[in-house]
Design a protein around this ligand. Structure first.
Ligand code: EPU
Length: 422
């Protein structure tokens, strides 16, 4: 187990680099399955999930070359079609192989990933969409098995703009016979990134960046080279950290246009945000003001920045209300934040946070990537020392988190300790 030991009282100042997005690169790796040959991805972050996805692709017969910042996936003429539980359960993003495999091989057998610390995560919309595209889908023995000699274009309407369902259906539709319309599609920058890569591979996709995607299926795609879009959640984490610590941080490579709502909220909290050609700078003097937030699919406030913003509200002047609309159990970490002295009350969808001048360091535990990052930010403004256990969750989504914090002036160190036995 990894443990981060964080000394409170830091002021983050300096420059930090943002790499490609976790939630894009995993899907881009899956998309490479759609074409025989070698696809090269760059701006690949050095995070835990990437080698796990690489291992999954290897079990499907691909060879995967990894070098710093890049991945090359070589896909055989006939990839395997079975993605086992052992790898799928480790990273939720691996469900993204379902669409490409059924499109490419006529059959896919992918383990159900199961729930996790942020809530139940069913696949009903993925499955309903594949059924519409003409696949036979069965869920048996913990696997979803989809079969279709060739998918056929159809009109699909999503009940909720699910990121994962939109991605899977897009990757299925690009090789289907005829035209597919996906209505109420997710339009996160990572979806746009996937559409861009699929377009380079020869896919015909209209409405990119809108909630109606129109896909004209083609017979085959070709491999490509593609640079992963910058990670807006990592960039947003640094921006919030700068405000909480009354610091001055330039986020190099951060795409402010992908963070409009969160950066506006930081301005409402009292920060100064300056956008330049290759990133943005966030400065803060004094104590932030409390700011309400409501998580929503893009372009709304991202659920993945909710824990960090709650940490900010925990030390802000005033009372804030946060509303979580995307994941049902995304308040699980709040008990940990309370251990740091935060005054937070939650019900199913809401949290009311009464800001306190300072928090106090304590031993706490990371339940997931984003909760872990939020707790580290809280620890930076707490008196004394915080020991964050299960910090390996943070390694799933943030490249060199501790090193970046240290470069920005924080006193943080990593310890590897034996796993608890129960
Ligand atoms: N949902 C269903 N049925 C479905 C699909 C989704 O009910 O068939 C529900 C989910 O249970 C959830 C909501 O719809 O309540 C949104 O889920 P979505 O499918 O949009 O999320 P996802 O694809 O599972 C991705 C990211 C998450 C991010 C969400 C929302 C990856 C690997 N994960 O998840 O990222 O929070 O979109 O933006 O891309 C993280 O990085 O820490 C993380 C959790």
């Amino acid at each position: 187990m990894e443990r981060f030991v964080v000394a409170g009282g830091a002021r983050l100042a300096g420059e930090v680099q943002v790499t490609g997005a976790k939630n894009s690169v995993l899907k881009l790796m899956a998309a490479s399955l759609l074409a025989e040959g070698t696809t090269r991805l760059t701006a690949v972050p050095a995070i835990y999930d990437v080698p796990v996805m690489a291992s999954l692709l290897e079990t499907l017969g691909c060879s995967v070359g990894q070098e710093p910042g890049a991945v090359e996936v070589t896909v055989p003429a006939e990839p395997g079609c079975e993605a086992g539980y052992d790898l799928v359960r480790r990273i939720r993003g691996s469900i993204a192989v379902l669409g490409p495999l059924v499109a490419r091989c006529g059959r896919a057998k992918v383990a159900l990933p199961g729930g996790d610390a942020i809530g139940s995560r069913p696949l009903d919309m993925h499955i309903a969409g594949l059924l519409k595209l003409g696949a036979t889908v069965e869920v048996e023995h913990g696997y979803v098995v989809a079969t279709a000699p060739r998918l056929t274009g159809a009109s699909v309407w999503l009940d909720f703009p699910s990121v994962g369902a939109t991605e899977n259906l897009l990757m299925a539709a690009v090789l289907a016979r005829g035209t597919t319309t996906i209505d109420n599609a997710a339009r996160e920058p990572e979806i746009v990134d996937l559409c861009t890569m699929l377009g380079q591979m020869g896919a015909q996709i209209g409405g990119v960046g809108t909630s109606t995607l129109v896909v004209d299926g083609v017979d085959a795609l070709r491999p490509t080279a593609h640079e992963t879009v910058a990670d807006r959640i990592v960039a947003g984490t640094w921006a919030i950290g700068a405000v909480m610590t009354r610091g001055d941080v330039r986020v190099d490579g951060g795409r402010a246009e992908h963070l409009e709502v969160p950066l506006d909220k930081l301005v409402a909290a009292g920060a100064q945000v300056d956008v330049d050609a290759t990133g943005f700078r966030v400065r803060m003097e004094g104590r932030p003001r409390a700011v309400d937030l409501v998580t929503l699919p893009y372009p709304g406030f991202p659920t993945d920045l909710q824990p960090m913003f709650l940490a900010l509200d925990a030390i802000a002047e005033g009372t804030a209300m946060a509303t979580e609309n995307v994941f049902e159990s995304r308040w699980m970490y709040v008990d940990e934040l309370r251990r740091l002295g935060a005054d937070v009350r939650t019900d199913v969808k809401h949290a009311v946070v009464r800001g306190r001048e300072r928090l106090s360091g304590a031993p706490v535990r990371a339940h997931d990537i984003r909760a872990g990052a939020g707790l580290v930010l809280a620890a930076l403004v707490a008196d004394g020392t915080t020991e964050l256990s299960d910090a390996q969750h943070i390694d799933r989504g943030y490249q060199g988190f501790v090193e970046s914090l240290v470069r920005l002036g924080a006193d943080v160190r990593r310890e590897t300790v034996p796993d608890d036995t129960y």
